[in-house]
Ligand binder design. Structure first.
Ligand code: ZNH
Length: 141
């Protein structure tokens, strides 16, 4: 589904984003909470106000998990198995939410990367986040 070129591009993009993981992740989360307020219900136990330590640390975890996925794109199912189980059995996140966060991640990348976020990068990232979300949602079946 993803070409060799796209896979290489994704590793480059997410390695770069890993360097500013707190910024990218927290911005994507804030966008999600603002545009889709129901998503906040999962984080009632955390302080998710802008730049709060929880928001930054959680944002960082998300970006690093995605970067890890990009580096292991041909074995996403095994790489993400623990994360998938966590979201399905423990956190019980309704899988429709994965699409919402993916969308907000795309918007965040577009805003941060500006001209560097080419149509090719956009398409590759969109496909990758869909695949990532599908794996996260796998355990619900
Ligand atoms: Zn999630 C957690 C990732 C989506 C909700 N996450 C988490 C973590 C990670 C993640 C890495 C950590 C883990 C540990 O610690 O071990 N996510 C992720 C990703 C994604 C996601 C990558 C996509 C792409 N999530 C999601 C969504 C939601 C969520 C959509 C909702 C809305 N998570 C969550 C929660 C948690 C998590 C709630 C827990 C937090 C705390 O800290 O408590």
């Amino acid at each position: 589904m993803l070409s060799k070129h796209e896979k290489e591009l994704l590793v480059i993009i997410w390695d770069k984003m890993s360097l500013i993981a707190e910024d990218i992740g927290s911005e994507a989360l804030l966008r999600m909470f603002t545009v889709f307020p129901k998503t906040k219900t999962y984080f009632a136990h955390l302080d998710i106000s802008p730049r709060s330590p929880h928001l930054l640390s959680h944002g960082k975890k998300i970006v690093l998990a995605i970067a890890d996925g990009a580096r292991n794109i041909d074995s996403l199912t095994t790489t993400l198995a623990p994360l998938s189980a966590l979201h399905a059995y423990q956190l019980r996140i309704d899988p429709t939410n994965f699409k919402l966060l993916s969308h907000c991640l795309l918007v965040t990348l577009a805003a941060k990367m500006a001209d560097e976020f080419t149509a090719v990068s956009h398409a590759a990232t969109d496909k990758f986040l869909s695949a990532f979300s599908a794996v996260l949602a796998e355990k619900y079946r």
